[in-house]
Design a protein. Sequence first.
Length: 132
Amino acid sequence: MDAVQGDPRSAARPSDACRTRVVLDIVGDKWSLLVVRNLKDGPRRFTELKRAIDGISQRMLTVTLRSLERDGILTRTVHDVMPPHVSYELTEIGVTLREATAPLLEWSVAHLARIDEARAVYDARRDPSMTS
């Protein structure tokens, strides 16, 4: 019996739609996607991620990494060396997130100039004092 015929096992529960928003928050968070993208080639240390992600503060990177670890997107490994160091690596589900969002990130880079132009045109129309 399928969902069309009323099988409750295959029908989405109403709470699933609400819970999906929680997952979409990961995708909608620019820092999370940039961290995931920067882990594509394997484990990286905190300082490597901080240098690679332009504009992210140390605190925001820490918050983002903890959130992604909690969601099972990445793992945090403390290496028992002197001095100790920590590395971050995508989990299996993190790799699938990277694969799913890579086209979105590529699209954003490819269209950034056009978006900037559209914003400038729009802003000029909205605020005549911006045109000289």
